[in-house]
Design a protein around this ligand. Structure first.
Ligand code: SF4
Length: 348
């Protein structure tokens, strides 16, 4: 690809190119048109994305677990709660959600009149997949007197059956506000649920779901890293399993782990969460040392395979073609909006 102003000419046919919605704006050409020349550089793609954002009146929201190159093109980077707030308040006409499907769905639930794009529609989530709406409806029916609290990592159809949505940032705070005489169902992450129960002092009936990224860290490798780096603080996301959380010095949501690396006097950190967050940790605390914990299978890479389906090229492509766009059944959207708005009000 080479650049003419913000015109990008791709030299390779991009895979899975979605169909065009009419003529592209400005002088941005069809990205699937193969031309001989150089491979597009990260800088060229970033410049093209910036130009398209202006033309489309688009905002790019990126989760901390996205690839560094995508984070560097984003207008806002955050965790699920921060991104939900941003999605609710943006004045942009187009929201490009660089994260996974349930996050883009949440943005669409909050903004039905706006176009919400997800660079790769296949970017799902093992946690959301572990909680099908039909089975969840049975679970609710078996506990008719319970308040239903669902972690934001679930489908719109599950949100629509919930009384309250939470994120890992606000779950403890929200659960503590619920009436003490009412039992509570918590779905879909059992590890987060156990931690919320401990922190809030409330008994929770848990859906048995978990995240494939956070349940794979090796305890043996963590113990070895602690031995080698006794000065390091162990910081962990509450989606990790209990036996790993028991070894942590600090437990918190992705944004709280990021803050911790800034505010703690520790010179180094052993990090138990998806490694995409290390990019912002290094930026904000360049003098500190970060250690990743490998998976139990010996693999040193715990990147979320769903999050990493989004690429810089796909981000450019979706802004160019305005596809793929999220569509939601209006009845489900309307029902799912209620517990999300409740969350935003209660966590304000
Ligand atoms: S890291 Fe886990 S919870 Fe987050 S999107 Fe990936 S699979 Fe889902």
């Amino acid at each position: 690809m080479h650049e003419k102003g913000h015109r990008l000419v791709f030299t390779q046919t991009l895979t899975q190119a979605p169909p065009h919605n009419g003529r592209p704006p400005g002088d941005v050409p069809d990205p699937s048109a193969a031309e001989p020349g150089a491979i597009p550089s990260r800088q060229e793609l970033a410049a093209g994305i910036e130009a398209l954002k202006q033309e489309r009146n688009a905002v790019v929201l990126a989760h901390y677990y996205q690839d560094d190159s995508i984070q560097d093109c984003a207008d806002f980077i955050g965790d699920s709660l921060e991104l939900s707030r941003k999605a609710a308040s943006t004045e942009a006409e187009v929201i490009v959600f660089c994260g996974v499907h349930f996050m883009a769905e949440t943005a669409k639930i909050l903004n039905p009149g706006k176009t919400v794009l997800l660079p790769d529609l296949e970017a799902g989530c093992s946690l959301a997949d572990a909680c099908p709406a039909d089975a969840f409806a049975d679970f609710r029916r078996r506990h008719p007197d319970h308040i239903v609290v669902s972690y934001i990592n679930c489908s719109a159809a599950v949100k629509a059956q919930s009384d309250l949505i939470c994120t890992s940032s606000n779950a403890v705070h929200l659960v503590q506000q619920l009436p003490a005489d009412r039992p509570i169902l918590f779905a879909p992450d059992q590890n987060l649920g156990r931690w919320v129960a401990r922190e809030s002092g409330r008994e929770l009936t848990l859906w048995p779901g978990s995240c494939i990224v956070h349940e794979t860290f090796s305890e043996q490798a963590l113990l070895q890293l602690r031995l080698e780096h006794p000065e390091a603080e162990v910081i962990a996301h509450p989606e990790c399993q209990q036996h790993l959380l028991d070894l942590a010095d600090f437990i918190g949501s992705t944004s709280k782990l990021l803050q911790r690396t800034e505010t703690s006097p520790a010179p180094s950190f052993i990090v138990l969460t998806e490694p995409g967050i290390l990019h912002q940790m290094r930026r904000r605390s360049p003098g500190k040392t970060l250690y990743e914990v490998p998976g139990a299978d010996g693999c040193s890479c715990n990147a979320c395979p769903y999050m990493r389906l989004n690429t810089l090229e796909k981000l450019w492509q979706c802004l160019h073609t305005m596809a793929p766009a999220l569509e939601l059944d209006e009845e489900i959207r309307r029902q799912a909006l209620v517990p999300i708005e409740r969350m935003l009000a209660m966590s304000a």
